[in-house]
Write a protein that binds this ligand. Sequence first.
Ligand code: BEZ
Length: 160
Amino acid sequence: MTIQVGDKIPAKTLATMTKEGPKPITTDDIFKGKKVVLFAVPGAFTPGCSNTHMPGYVVHVDAIKAKGVDTVACIAVNDAFVMGAWGQNQNAEHLLMLADGSADFTKTLGLELDLTGAGLGVRSKRYSMIVEDGTVKALNVEPDGAGIAVSTAEKILEQL
Ligand code: BEZ
């Protein structure tokens, strides 16, 4: 089952990189009482994610927050070291970089993408969502899983 608009984000623990190293961060920490834009990518440092998807959010993060969004977060099935390094590489200091290393959160959402054939293992579909106090208000999943059409920062700005 794939998560739908109106559903609650499941209670899970993710990880984020800090100056002291990787730290756990719960979905309550991220979503409770907040308006959050979350976007997911199939892989940190992959060309589409680095050259197109992520840069849109880096460019538009202030405009997104100006529409009342507290947090813009990026998630991938990668570890916190990789997500931290990718965030630095992308100048994404205004984004919250989230690691779902074992795909537990992603699988619970029903948004996993099997890239085993490409040598990447199980990853996340590319998607974006608007979440208010833990409830999904808008959800944009790329129809083919990895394309970059409906989950861009520009589309989210139109939905806010
Ligand atoms: C990308 O470049 O975005 C990409 C590469 C491999 C698998 C999925 C996505």
